[in-house]
Design a protein around this ligand. Structure first.
Ligand code: ATP
Length: 940
């Protein structure tokens, strides 16, 4: 049955292009039904036939490119050079038959090259995984589409669309299929992704199709996958999905998944360059000094070996892998707390956020609206009922009102239904809405008065509309009146308008009562605004309603003329309760030095009432409105931006100015947004946050992070995770780099003490990768410290080595080398057979103690819970066992050039190793002592 549909592959060969055909014939070809949509059974068959609506492939790097990219790292290049030089020396010795007995030739070369390849492979697998994970995350935030199937309006995944579907699009939608326009209301689409044309294109219903020669950019009766709806609404017949769309045909248009390097990764690349350069300088110095000391080149071989070992020691081979793993773990932890990371750098920079600018509706509040009050010009009514169920009463001073006696109320309720795009539906025991909750609440309100969308919208067909946008803050529809309803002669059309009360009221000239229509005097306007303010002060979200009769349907752009001289109908006040968890989250923010700021399109008094309830501001706080912002120059805005906690009645362009002003004052800003026009502000913010449930596709595309539950508390949770990630990264960097410095200095000191090189490259690689790498990975898994949200955010400009970290690394490196050199000097005398193995063992074991102590800069190890991070215990035990195996298991001993240690020698190494642990704990004691001297009254 399905097989005689146009096939995906035949699409490009269609003899008559769709845009050139009459809509009726296209509908026939696809067996589409404009009113009912496809039958669910037919949908399943078509999904089989056409496959999922997905673009395959894309521009991302291919497997080879990812693999080769791993070797562009300067540190790996240096290791390759070291391997080659070491190989050349072995080769020369082999030829001169001077290789010491029992030595395996080319062992170091092979080992180093193996490490290089292993490192490359590790990086490769991690990056491919990261790319896949990000692609999967991207899929999770992929568009939902509203369709009509089997006569019902449903929300489905974009990937489930099939040709023949009837879909609805609106401002903010990102299209995921090509289609023909069945209906369009001021439908403006940005097609730059496809045609390069930056200006929006207006789409229209063209029942007869367009001329054959119409180029892609001018096909006004078609919409295309990958483009964005900027304004208006439309009903579309899907005609191509997946690879058959215009976008699919030019698959390279698909933006590559973003796996940009994080600031930290960039800094590490930079650090690599510094390390390589400094090691080259050191190598040069060692050879020069060693030769000068000896007075000839007799010692050259030993000096070259020392240099090679130093070059290997200076490279923190394990570090890149640990960083990648930490960031990956960070994204996983965040997604568990409902924050979906879209751009990797956000994981680490979230810890620096010091200002969170949040929308009100849905983020701070529940976005579950219930109408509680109605204010017609003559009456103040209370509305009862819960949730979206259309059941409840209209009370006038506690007495149920008889609607039949109040035609003005009936007109208002009718406007609630006609000027509405939401759908209210009963699912099991519950009433749910599809669409905007504000409009859902209006449908439920009208239902309580016996006005239902199914009947009203059919008898009053909508012929035109001026859609809602955050800039207009209102919406109007134009309906044809049913016969017999005509109220005014020669005016067969009714325009209903709803929106921000101030804006609607200023477009009205008269008001409606039960007895007729009266002119609006100045005092009537003042009285209406007064009632609006009272409701807003009580925290209600208020909408104003009006209507007018028209003699003809206005042009699409004629809103300024059509929305004038209207008749005022009344005010509707709905409750949108704050989310219960937000108050605590706000308090947490404050303790953490993060300032929450409310930016809303709603009325300033409503905004203030909610902000006070949540602790965002106190009673004295002033709200700055969009109009006031417009009057301020940017420097003037910058001057006050630090004092204002509430911005009300703002438009998206104000949001952009607010972020810029805050950033100019040195703030690191996270900003939420959901609308299509919020995208510039989201991009400008340091962390752009889109709403997962109510957000438009365009806002999600522009964001760094998506809130899966639209909840403010989730932003705070993600910030906390960001801080944990950053702190852990600092922990293991100080752990790994301190060890590298210790190794380098120990090796450099050996020729100065007249000793041969204590560590061969293989042992150094072992230390850097295994005995340093494994505990470092465990450090990355450290849970949050209890005080993580009790200190100020990290300065985003600070170097990773700031706040004493660089000094710590150098200090620990020095202490580490002093301890090891002392042991080296003693054991070289006392145990000439085994001293090298003792140095090797001491270096490794010292790092175990260091790993345990480094977890906190202030908390003593013996007073903290040892099982807080069980991975660290496992890592330390496992690594110590591995190290002992290198000394006591025969084949490993031979391969790693170690000697069996006696128990007293091993104990000596262990004792000396404890010194490093003792030193770090001593530092904590000094910090503690210093702190209590400065703050005698407080205990830590
Ligand atoms: P926030 O910016 O915190 O999400 P908001 O939802 O009030 O708050 P907008 O969506 O920009 O912000 O709405 C601005 C104003 O437009 C609202 O306060 C309301 O007066 C009006 N409004 C909101 N939704 C509609 C709608 N569906 N139809 C008509 N007017 C609306």
């Amino acid at each position: 049955m399905v097989s005689n549909l146009p096939s995906t592959t035949s699409f490009p060969d269609v003899t008559i292009p769709w845009y050139h055909q009459a809509i009726a014939s296209v509908l026939q070809t696809f067996r589409g039904d404009e009113k009912q949509g496809l039958d669910p059974l037919e949908v399943a068959e078509r999904q089989q036939f056409y496959g999922p609506n997905e673009i395959q492939g894309g521009q991302g790097r291919n497997t080879w490119e990812i693999f080769l990219d791993q070797f562009k790292n300067i540190m790996l290049i240096m290791l390759i050079v070291v391997a080659l030089i070491s190989g050349l020396i072995d080769f020369a010795e082999l030829r001169a038959q001077a290789l010491p007995e029992g030595t395996i030739p080319f062992k170091d070369t092979i080992a180093i090259l193996a490490i290089v390849i292993l490192n490359g492979l590790l990086g490769f697998f991690q990056e491919s995984r990261a790319e896949k994970a990000l692609a999967a995350l991207k899929k999770m935030s992929s568009p939902q589409v509203r369709v009509c199937r089997g006569g019902q309006i449903l929300e489905i995944k974009g990937a489930d669309l099939v040709p023949g579907d009837v879909m609805f699009i609106e401002a903010g939608s990102q299209l995921s299929a090509d289609g023909l326009v069945l209906e369009a209301a001021n439908l403006q689409i940005r097609e730059s992704a496809l045609t390069g044309e930056a200006n929006p294109v207006t789409k229209q219903y063209r029942p007869e199709g367009l001329p054959l020669e119409t180029p892609l950019g001018d096909r006004q009766n078609m919409v295309f996958s990958g483009t964005e709806v900027l304004q208006g609404r439309g009903k579309i017949l899907v005609i191509a999905t997946g690879m058959a769309t215009e976008l699919g045909k030019i698959a390279q248009m698909l933006a590559a998944v973003e796996t940009s390097q994080t600031p930290l990764q960039k800094r590490m690349t930079h650090l690599g360059k510094i390390l390589v350069t400094s090691s080259l300088v050191l190598v040069f110095l060692v050879i020069l000094l060693g030769t000068l000391q000896a007075g000839n080149f007799s010692n050259l071989k030993n000096l070259i070996e020392v240099s090679l070992s130093m070059a290997v020691a200076v490279v923190p081979e394990g570090l890149p892998a640990v960083i990648t793993v930490t960031l990956a773990i960070g994204t996983q932890r965040m997604v568990k707390r409902n924050a979906l990371i879209r751009k990797l750098p956000a994981v680490e920079t979230l810890g620096s956020v010091d200002t969170i600018c949040s929308d009100k509706t849905g983020t701070l509040t529940q976005n579950k609206m219930v109408v509680q009050r109605l204010e017609t010009p003559a009456n103040s009514l209370t509305v009862t009922g819960e949730g979206y169920a259309p059941m409840g009463n209209f009370l006038l001073q506690d007495t149920a009102l008889d609607l039949a006696q109040h035609p003005e109320l009936q007109i208002l309720l009718r406007a609630c239904v006609l000027c509405n795009d939401a759908v209210l539906r009963q699912e099991a025991q519950e009433f749910v809405i599809i669409g905007d909750p504000t409009e859902g609440a209006l449908l439920s309100l009208a239902g309580k008065g016996g006005f239902f969308a199914e009947t009203l919208q059919a008898t009053w067909p909508r012929l035109g509309e001026f859609p809602f946008s955050s800039e207009r803050k209102r919406m109007s529809v134009i309906c044809e009146m049913p016969p017999g309803e005509q109220a005014v002669e020669d005016k067969p059309y009714l325009l209903c308008c709803k929106g921000s009360p101030e804006l609607v009221l200023e477009r009205c000239q008269s008001y409606q009562t039960a007895t007729g229509i009266f002119p609006l005097e100045a005092r009537d306007r003042a009285a209406i605004l007064q009632r609006n303010n009272e409701m807003a002060q009580a925290g209600l979200r208020v909408l104003g309603f009006s209507q007018r009769y028209l003699s003809e349907i206005p042009e699409a752009q004629a809103e300024a003329i059509a929305e004038q001289e209207m008749v005022w109908l009344g005010l509707v006040g709905m409750l949108d309760a704050p989310r219960p968890e937000v108050k605590e989250a706000v308090a947490k923010c404050r303790a953490a030095g993060i300032r929450p700021v409310m930016i809303t399109g709603d009325h300033q008094l409503t905004a203030k009432a909610i902000a006070q309830k949540l602790g965002i501001s106190d009673q004295k706080a002033q709200a700055l409105t969009g109009i006031e912002i417009s009057k301020l120059s940017q420097p003037e805005l910058e001057a006050i931006v630090e004092e204002v906690d509430i911005y009300a009645r703002v438009a998206p362009e104000h949001k952009l100015r607010i972020v810029q002003a805050l950033q100019h004052r040195g703030r690191f800003v996270a900003m939420t947004g959901d609308g299509v026009n919020d995208a510039p502000a989201l991009k400008q913010a340091d962390i752009g946050i889109a709403m997962g449930i109510t957000g438009t596709d365009v806002s999600k595309e522009a964001s760094d992070m998506v809130l899966l539950d639209d909840n403010f508390a989730t932003i705070v949770a993600a910030t906390e995770e960001g801080r944990v990630v950053y702190t852990n990264i600092r922990h293991f960097i100080q752990y790994i780099l301190g060890s590298n410095i210790g190794e380098v200095i120990t090796i450099a000191a050996s020729p100065l003490l007249g000793l041969s090189v204590p560590l061969i490259p293989l042992q150094i690689l072992w230390m850097n990768l295994v005995t340093d790498g494994i505990p470092a990975l465990a450090l990355a898994l450290e849970p949050a410290e209890p005080n993580v949200m009790q200190h100020r955010p990290f300065n985003p400009q600070e170097s990773i080595f700031a706040r004493g970290l660089g000094a710590y690394i150098i200090r620990i490196g020095l202490i580490f080398s002093v301890i090891t050199i002392a042991l080296m000097a003693y054991s070289a005398e006392a145990y000439p057979e085994t001293w090298k193995t003792m140095v090797f063992t001491t270096l490794c074991l010292s790092q175990m103690g260091h790993a345990i102590a480094v977890r906190s800069r202030t908390q003593f190890t013996f007073t903290s819970n040892p099982f807080r991070n069980p991975y660290l215990i496992i890592a330390v035990v496992a690594t110590s066992i591995l190290q002992l195996m290198l000394i006591y298991v025969e084949p490993l001993r031979l391969f790693f050039d170690t000697q069996r240690l006696s128990s007293s020698q091993l104990l000596l190494c262990l004792g000396v190793s404890c010194l490093l642990f003792g030193w770090v704990e001593l530092e904590k004691l000094i910090i503690h002592w210093h702190w209590t001297r400065k703050n005698p009254s407080k205990s830590r």
